[in-house]
Design a protein. Structure first.
Length: 286
């Protein structure tokens, strides 16, 4: 993916956005990459100062997913985890901010309101085009460059690789869906981002998980990362899993991790990732 078209004309401006790295990386050797683009909570001071008190609490974070998926290291997976809040820039949105769900209520590349439709910039000083470009250069571009590098590395080593997009969201969010969301929301861009055999196997595991509801390509079909990088014909199979946060954590402040609930969910997640690994491993070494 070429990023040149989306580069800021002022590199020095980009360097003032943040002095923190855009991600943390645990590099594994198995043909599985777990991407967690919405786990970050860092707000650079200059941005935090403009946000509302509500915004500074970063309530729309995909909380604790790096902890919930910690076992993936034991499976040999690579973990790429965002450090910055999605309020700085949303890594799962297209760089041109095109809507992923035309006609539906969505948040943008640099959100100006929260999931509860509360203004993030109470003074009205929302990011202008130059600031959006600088944030993209400073945070979005490095994450995606590393994601592409890791996918290429693993595909070269194994012939094919599974990209697992790990997400979570509050179980009830009227802005985005009616009623209560299923607990396990698998998305494959309506079958375009991975082999149907893998999707079927994952859905069967999800449906067999006692105490959890599930769906394939329901409200959440996969965001930009799933759609952009999933390329089954080239050996890259991308799957998004959107979890209900109540299945492993407290959905309101202080957003605590709930170890007992998480421990019940983790065997299901392990089964899903193992199925992804088994599928990728069937591609053979080269």
């Amino acid at each position: 993916m070429a990023l040149d078209h989306f580069s800021s004309s002022s590199p020095s401006f980009a360097s003032t956005i943040t002095d923190q790295p855009a991600f943390t990386l645990h590099r594994g050797s198995a043909p599985l990459l777990v991407s967690i683009p919405h786990a970050g909570t860092h707000l650079p001071p200059a941005i935090a100062a403009r946000l509302s008190e509500h915004g500074r609490q970063v309530p729309d974070t995909d909380w604790h997913l790096e902890r919930l998926y910690g076992f993936a290291r034991e499976l040999g997976a690579t973990l790429l985890v965002a450090t910055h809040s999605r309020y700085v820039i949303d890594l799962n949105r297209p760089p041109d901010d095109a809507s992923l769900y035309p006609g539906q209520n969505v948040t943008g590349l640099c959100p100006v309101d929260s999931f509860d439709e509360l203004a993030l910039y109470p003074a009205g000083d929302v990011p202008d085009a130059a600031e959006v470009a600088a944030r993209r250069d400073a945070v979005w571009a490095p994450y995606h460059a590393q994601l592409r590098e890791e996918l290429d590395r693993l595909r070269q080593a194994h012939g094919r690789v599974v990209l697992w997009e790990a997400h979570s969201i509050r179980s009830v969010l009227p802005r985005f869906f009616q009623g209560r969301l299923p607990d396990l929301n698998l998305g494959t861009a309506n079958g375009n981002s991975c082999d149907p055999a893998l999707a079927s196997r994952l859905l069967a595991i999800a449906r067999a998980a006692q105490g959890y509801s599930s769906v394939l390509n329901g409200r959440f079909k996969g965001g930009y990362i799933t759609r952009q990088y999933g390329a089954p014909a080239r050996g890259i199979h991308a799957v998004q899993l959107e979890l209900t946060q109540c299945s492993y954590m407290q959905e309101s402040l202080p957003f605590d991790y709930l170890p007992d609930e998480a421990a019940r969910l983790q065997p299901v997640l392990r089964g899903l990732l193992q199925a992804a690994l088994d599928f990728a491993g069937a591609g053979g070494q080269r």
